[in-house]
Write a protein that binds this ligand. Structure first.
Ligand code: CMC
Length: 410
């Protein structure tokens, strides 16, 4: 392509490039067939394996959702008990991984999570065995069972990494996991080192249910890209954690609460919202979504929990009041109405965590603790019919430049 012929126009989500139209950000591009989750962005609906998110949020636990997403059906009593037992048995970390977490005590927990998951993978014999089988072109029942076993281990271990990092960052000794507690209760127990409050446990569990899968956001796409190279399952999750860390994705719940704390006064919410409507103004965190062009159903569900929680424990820093003010201003503002921008799941979720005493840099790790099941489920599904991702780029630079030796360059 010569430089003279280059003409690039961006019309909405499409870049008109010299090589043809490019769907910028792969918006609405289909990359796989799935039966894991489905979103109706216009109606604001979400299903896991055909079950409405509202029904799962009201009636199930995170462990049930893990089973549903990995095994494709809701578990019966025995299947659920067996899964809980396996999860509880896999919560401990390799001692070397614990040292990785300890050495990153001063870093943001997402760095520690990413590094610790990669480290743990190097010690997991099942992980290495599966990677070897995949490289040899085998993905039969034995390998599928092994992949499910590893997926469960990842679900079990992420909360331990997050809780240990919190303890190390505060100069505290880690609290070993307890097999008699549920996934969410055990996480809070390891984090704070005491029996958790039931409403706090429910808040964590609900959050984990709501974030467990969401079709193909950036982190799941990252997981698929890594998985399709036939790399190992822990590397898949480490990479997905790296993608989730960004503020346009999983980092938004942290950014949303920070913005509420910065305003500090419900009377100032209109100014914040107004500023976001100005060209080049700061985006409102927790607002807008690539797929939802309606109120995010997960945000609606979590909002109710924030109301229950603040009714019981109060709203001392007015975070609920500030978020409610922003919500009202957003819903009634022409700018957001025209662009179909509504509060998303990250708008409300951080408030409860903040009041529970979970520092906001641990909000995105909580997201990862939940989504790990969706990431693994999608990669396992993709391996059924694996194909390497290898897109192309439209090159618009020069060709056949004359190489000038270093010392002759000006
Ligand atoms: N505040 C103000 N304006 C916004 C916002 C916002 N939060 N989000 C989008 N817009 C505007 C944007 O400026 C653009 O306006 P214009 O047409 O005048 O240029 C228009 O809306 C469309 O924006 P876009 O960037 O093309 O939309 P997108 O689909 O690429 O962005 C998004 C989706 C989530 C990245 C974006 O809405 C955003 O940055 N939101 C804030 C961050 C956030 O809350 N992220 C969490 C997403 S939900 C959790 C998850 O699934 O990870």
């Amino acid at each position: 392509m010569s430089e003279q012929t280059v003409s690039i126009r961006t019309t909405g989500k499409v870049i008109q490039s010299p090589c043809g139209p490019i769907v910028h950000g792969l918006e609405d591009v289909l990359v796989k067939i799935t039966s894991i989750s489905d979103i109706d962005g216009r109606a604001g609906k979400l299903w896991y394996r055909g079950y409405r998110i509202e029904d799962l949020a009201e009636n199930s636990t995170y462990e049930e959702v893990v089973y549903l997403l990995l095994y494709g059906k809701l578990p019966n009593v025995k299947e659920l008990e067996d899964l809980k037992r396996r999860l509880a048995a896999n919560r401990d970390l390799n001692p070397a991984t614990i040292e990785v977490v300890r050495s990153l005590a001063k870093a943001h927990p997402m760095f520690a999570l990413e590094a610790a998951v990669a480290a743990e993978g190097a010690f997991d014999e099942d992980n290495l065995k599966l990677a070897e089988a995949l490289r040899a072109g085998r993905y039969k029942q034995e390998e599928k069972d092994l992949a499910l076993k590893i997926a469960e281990k990842l679900v079990a271990k992420l909360p331990t990494i997050v809780a240990y990092h919190y303890r190390f960052s505060r100069g505290l000794e880690p609290v070993r996991p307890r097999a008699d507690l549920s996934h969410s209760a055990n996480f809070l127990y390891m984090f704070f080192g005491k029996e958790p409050d039931p409403l706090a446990t429910r808040a964590i569990d609900l959050y984990l249910i709501l974030h467990a899968d969401h079709e193909i956001p950036a982190s799941t796409f990252t997981a698929l890209v890594i998985g399709a190279t036939l790399s190992d399952l822990y590397s898949v999750i480490a990479g997905a954690i790296g993608a989730l860390k960004g503020p346009l994705h999983g980092g938004a719940n942290e950014a949303a609460v920070k913005s509420y704390l910065e305003i500090g006064d419900p009377a100032k919410t209109k100014d914040l919202v107004e500023a976001a409507t100005k060209p080049g103004g700061p985006r409102l965190m927790g607002v807008g979504h690539r797929v939802y062009k309606a109120y995010d159903p997960r945000a609606k569900i979590f909002k109710k929990l924030v109301e229950d929680y603040t009714a019981k424990f109060g709203d001392p820093q007015k975070l609920y009041a500030i978020a409610s003010g922003i919500e009202q201003a957003v819903l009634s503002h022409e700018y957001f109405q025209q662009r179909k921008l509504y509060p998303n799941v990250d708008f409300w979720s951080g408030i409860v965590f903040y009041y529970m005493g979970i520092p906001y840099d641990y909000f995105t790790p909580l997201f990862a603790m939940s989504r790990v099941v969706g990431w693994t489920a999608h990669v396992l599904e993709y391996w059924e019919n694996n194909r390497l991702f290898r897109p192309r780029a439209c090159y618009v630079g020069p060709h056949d430049q004359q190489y000038i030796p270093l010392n002759s360059r000006t």
